[in-house]
Design a protein around this ligand. Structure first.
Ligand code: PLP
Length: 425
């Protein structure tokens, strides 16, 4: 398939066909209207192949891993380690030893923060981030800062929501010991120039951590090509299950960092005198991991790359995003935030004179699911000067007519919430 030559109609037809693989989307909202799911940045819906992978694992292969000599345990271990190998390749890692399964991106950043605190940070060290970070990439560092006086230096973005690498460079100092940034803002949708930032970081010998929660859903990425030290993402945003996520750590970090939690499966030998630890990645995976979820996450990644295809995702989502921009910009009193390129398929906005929560409730009554609030990015809300926004985030199964429904409902909301004197009699 040569996508650039596909017409818009053909792209939409493909999206419609793919949509049929997501059973939840066929539901009708309690209002009797079709369900319009535009909250994909919070969590994506699951294709049948992911649901069936979970079902098949529990129906046919469920056992605990690594410790069993019996057939089922060996099968479960094979599938779990196979998932690790697939995901290593999915993000372009050099070795599966660099892939650690965790509960999600939040746990992943906490793992990195707490292990760096124990062997790496010194009092007075600085971490450079952007003002667009999710709380998951702020609060773990605050927890470190409570124990060790380290300082966070947030880099402002341009009015379009982009990161100017020269502004970032100006925030670096000899005390900078980590650059930790999102690859795509979950509020603005704008993408950060990770390769350029990683280049600057390498020149200065500063490790770089990338929060890829949003970016990994919209385009292929390669940790090797980017040259980053750490990367995290959550399974549930990538069309996989909840309760599983991935931490990538470039070698030799897996060797250098101590364990995060202690327990079964991460040890070599335990006596009353102490414990010796298993080699990575097992050293970071204490206790029974999310076995079925990791296997189903690998299926989600396979489904995206092999069944849907990145070329389609990128071409179609670019069309959806542009279409949404046009439709939203035409709604009276609507302000879009962070309109820069490159960007993923999501838009944050406010409606003049109406609180985002009221808009969210109004839309829900019409079967339309969007996210309203601070999106776990309060420092960014402060910078934008708003308490909350409305966010519509798209997946490759969304259709242009859903964007039409959103725009029409927003126009109705404008009329509904208009002060009495502004309403036509
Ligand atoms: N980082 C970003 C950019 C996000 O959008 C999110 C979730 O919204 C997270 C981190 C945290 O992900 P999770 O709650 O799955 O750990």
């Amino acid at each position: 398939m040569n996508l650039p030559t596909l017409t818009q109609e053909a792209l939409v037809a493909r999206a419609r066909a793919l949509r049929a693989e997501f059973p939840i989307l066929a539901q009708v909202h309690p209002s009797g209207r079709p369900l319009v799911y535009l909250d994909n940045a919070a969590t994506a819906q699951k294709p049948r192949s992911v649901i069936e992978t979970l079902d098949r694992f529990y129906s046919e292969r469920n056992a605990n891993i690594h410790r069993g000599v019996h057939w089922l345990s060996q099968e479960a271990t094979r599938l779990y380690e196979g998932a690790r190998a697939y995901l290593a390749q999915f993000i372009g890692a050099a070795s599966q030893e660099e892939i650690v399964f965790v509960r999600g991106a939040t746990e992943g950043i906490n793992l990195i923060a707490q292990t760096l605190r124990r062997v790496y940070f010194q009092p007075g060290d600085e971490i450079v981030l952007t003002i667009a970070e999710h709380h998951a990439n702020i609060v773990p560092w605050h927890l470190v800062a409570e124990e060790l006086p380290i300082h966070l230096k947030p880099v402002p973005l341009t009015p379009e929501g982009l990161l100017d690498v020269e502004v970032l460079r100006a925030h670096l100092s000899p005390r900078t010991r980590l650059i930790a940034l999102t690859a795509m803002s979950n509020v603005l949708g704008t993408e950060m120039p990770i390769a350029e930032v990683a280049h600057i970081a390498r020149e200065r010998g500063i490790p770089i951590l990338v929060d890829a929660c949003q970016a990994v859903v919209h385009r292929p990425l390669s940790v090797e090509a980017w040259g980053v030290d750490f990367l995290v993402f959550s399974g549930h945003k990538l069309y996989g299950p909840t309760g599983v996520g991935v931490v990538y750590m470039r070698r030799p970090w897996p060797q250098k960092l101590p364990p995060y939690q202690g327990g079964g499966d991460m040890i070599r030998r335990v006596t009353w005198q102490g414990s010796r630890f298993a080699p990575p990645p097992a050293k970071f995976e204490a206790g029974t991991p999310p076995i079925a979820e990791a296997i189903a996450l690998a299926e989600a990644a396979r489904y995206l790359t092999e069944t849907v295809g990145w070329e389609f995702i990128q071409a179609y989502e670019a069309f959806l995003s542009e279409y949404a921009q046009q439709r939203l910009a035409a709604v009276p009193g609507l302000t879009l935030y962070g309109t820069g390129q490159p960007r993923g398929a999501l838009w944050s906005f406010t409606l003049e004179g109406v609180h985002p929560h009221d808009v969210g409730t109004f839309l829900d009554a019409q079967g339309i699911a969007v996210r309203v609030g601070h999106h776990c990015a309060q420092p960014l809300m402060d910078a934008l000067g708003v308490p909350a926004t409305i966010r519509a985030s798209f997946a490759f199964y969304n259709l242009p007519e859903e964007i039409d429904l959103l725009a029409q409902a927003l126009e109705e909301a404008v009329r509904f919430f208009a002060p009495p004197e502004a309403k036509p009699r």
